[in-house]
Design a protein around this ligand. Structure first.
Ligand code: F6P
Length: 399
C-alpha cells in the first residue's frame, strides 16, 4: 500500500480544507494511507508524535466549507532557517536533514504540499536533500503565483473586500468623506483591482502602477465639484508612490521570508486631506480577507486541485505544481513557478476596464478627470433612476 503525506504552509487561505479533503479522498479511494503533518514541516520535528494526524474519510468529513486549515500552518517554519531554542533564545538553524529523515522513516512516498511560492521553493530544496516526491497545490489569497491562472482563496478574499467596500460606500456618502481602504496582496495588486472594480472604487492604487498624488486629487475634486462629494480609494498594501518605497509595518524577522507590509492607506488618507481639505478616514482590512468560509468558486477549485494532486501522484512519476491553465489542471514543473511573482500587467484588460470606468490609478496626465460629458440631445427624452446606493443613471426611453 502506498503512503503519502499532506501539509499546509505559509499564510492560510480559504479553501485549504477543501484541498485536504479532496486529496485525502482521492488517496483513500485508491487504497492509500494519508498522514497529515501539522504546521508545515514542524509536525515532523515533534518527538511526541502529536505533530502527525492520520487522515481518513472520517478526519476530512464536512470540512470543505470551513476556513483555515485542520492541519494548522505557519510562515516561520522554513526547515533551512528553523527557529531553534538555544540558551533561552530562538536562533535560525538548518533542520532540513531531520525533516527528510523523519519523512522517509514514516515510509511516505510523496508529499502533497499546499502553499505559495515560498512553500514550493522549500519543497524543491527538500527534494534535493532526499524527500522522494512533491506535488504542490497553489494557495494564496494574493493570486500571485507564476504558472497558474488562479490560486484558491483569492476569490473569497475579493468577496470579503468587496463586501467591505459596499458597506463603506454608504458611510462615505453620508459623511461626505474619502474612505481609504487597504487590502492585502503583498507585491501584486490583484485583490485591489478586482475588489475596486466590483465595489465601485473611485481610485485604485496598486504596486504595479506607481502613483502620484496630483491625479488622485484631481479625480476627487472632479467628484466633489460635480455633485458626488465622497469617494472610495482602494489601496493595495504594496502600493507605492512614484519614486517612493513600499510601506512596512515592522522589521523583517529572521525566520520569515517576507516583512509585513502595512500603513500605506493611513499615509494616503493624510496626504489627501492635506491636499484637498476633504475629510478622510482609513482602514486596513487585514486578515479578515484570509478568514471565513471559502466562496463557492474556491470550494470547487480547491477540491478540483486536491483531486488532481492525487490523480497526478497515481498517473505520473513527476513532481510539480498542480496549476490551473486555461480552465484545466496541469502539472507544471517547479522550475517554472519559482523565483518570481505574477503581477498585474498595467496593460491588462482589467486595468483598461477600470480606466474606462473613470477609476484613477494615480498615473494619469493632468486634465484626465475633467468632465467631457455631452449633454443628452434635445430629441431624446430621459428618465433618471437612482439606485439604493444613491448612484444615479440615466436611461434613454425614446428617440
Ligand atoms: O500572502 C498572503 C498574505 O495575507 C499577504 O497578502 C500579506 O501581505 C501577508 O500574507 C500577511 O502575512 P502575515 O499573516 O504574516 O501577517
Amino acid at each position: 500500500m502506498k503512503r503519502i503525506a499532506i501539509n499546509t504552509g505559509g499564510g492560510d487561505a480559504p479553501g485549504l480544507n477543501g484541498v485536504i479533503r479532496a486529496a485525502t479522498l482521492g488517496a483513500v479511494n485508491r487504497g492509500w494511507e494519508v498522514i497529515g503533518i501539522r504546521e508545515g514541516y514542524a509536525g515532523l520535528l515533534d518527538p511526541s508524535g502529536q505533530g502527525l494526524i492520520p487522515l481518513d474519510r472520517e478526519a476530512v468529513r464536512g470540512i470543505a466549507h470551513i476556513g483555515g486549515t485542520i492541519l494548522g500552518t505557519t510562515n516561520r517554519g522554513d526547515p533551512f532557517n528553523y527557529p531553534v531554542e538555544e540558551d533561552g533564545k530562538l536562533v535560525p538553524r538548518d533542520v532540513s536533514d531531520q525533516v527528510v529523515r523523519r519523512f522517509n522513516e514514516l515510509g511516505c512516498e510523496a508529499l502533497i504540499a499546499l502553499g505559495g511560492d515560498g512553500s514550493m521553493s522549500l519543497a524543491t530544496r527538500l527534494m534535493a536533500r532526499g524527500l522522494p516526491r512533491v506535488i504542490g497545490v497553489p494557495k494564496t489569497i494574493d493570486n500571485d503565483l507564476l504558472g497558474t491562472d488562479v490560486t484558491f482563496g483569492f476569490e473569497t478574499a475579493v468577496g470579503t473586500a468587496t463586501d467591505a467596500l459596499d458597506k463603506l460606500h454608504t458611510t462615505a456618502q453620508s459623511h461626505r468623506r474619502v474612505m481609504v481602504v487597504e487590502v492585502m496582496g503583498r507585491y501584486a495588486g490583484w485583490i485591489a483591482l478586482h475588489a475596486g472594480i466590483a465595489g465601485g472604487g473611485d481610485v485604485i492604487l496598486i504596486p504595479e502602477i506607481p502613483y502620484r498624488l496630483e491625479p488622485i486629487v484631481e479625480k476627487l475634486r472632479s467628484r466633489y465639484e460635480n455633485g458626488r462629494p465622497f469617494a472610495l480609494v482602494v489601496v493595495a498594501e504594496g502600493a507605492v508612490a512614484a519614486g517612493g518605497e513600499m510601506v512596512f509595518r515592522g522589521e523583517k524577522s529572521a525566520f520569515k521570508e517576507h516583512a509585513v507590509l502595512g500603513g500605506i492607506a493611513e499615509r494616503v488618507a493624510q496626504q489627501l486631506t492635506q491636499a484637498t481639505g476633504y475629510e478622510s478616514r482609513s482602514l486596513v482590512l487585514g486578515h479578515l480577507q484570509r478568514g471565513g468560509s471559502p466562496c463557492t468558486f474556491d470550494r470547487v477549485l480547491a477540491q478540483r486541485l486536491g483531486s488532481a494532486a492525487a490523480r497526478y501522484l497515481d498517473e505520473t512519476a513527476e513532481s510539480g505544481l498542480v496549476a490551473m491553465v486555461g480552465g484545466s489542471t496541469r502539472l507544471v514543473p517547479f522550475a517554472e513557478v519559482m523565483g518570481g511573482t505574477r503581477c498585474v500587467d498595467p496593460g491588462d484588460e482589467l486595468v483598461l476596464t477600470a480606466r474606462s470606468l473613470g477609476i484613477a490609478f494615480g498615473d494619469e496626465a493632468p486634465g484626465a478627470f475633467a468632465r467631457k460629458d455631452v449633454p443628452v440631445s434635445s430629441g431624446l427624452s430621459v428618465r433618471g433612476i437612482v439606485t439604493s446606493a444613491g448612484r444615479g443613471m440615466v436611461v434613454p426611453v425614446e428617440r
